[in-house]
Design a protein around this ligand. Structure first.
Ligand SMILES: [Zn+2]
Length: 57
């Protein structure tokens, strides 16, 4: 079995996956801040926070 059209909750601007509870009307996008999420396929990969530089011990 395959899922031909996976649907996720995404930011309407950049189509990145966002976390939104069902009863919430807003979600937080790392790039756009508070947005009204939409149900769609994910277009862009999520922004990856740069890791802090590792310090040599
Ligand atoms: Zn966005």
């Amino acid at each position: 079995m395959t899922t031909p059209h996976p649907v996720h909750t995404v930011c309407p601007h950049c189509k990145r996956s966002v976390i939104a509870l069902r009863e919430q009307k807003h979600a937080h996008c790392a790039e756009h801040g508070i947005v009204v999420p939409m149900r769609s396929a994910i277009v862009n990969p999520p922004l990856i926070e740069p890791l802090p530089p590792a310090r040599a011990a």
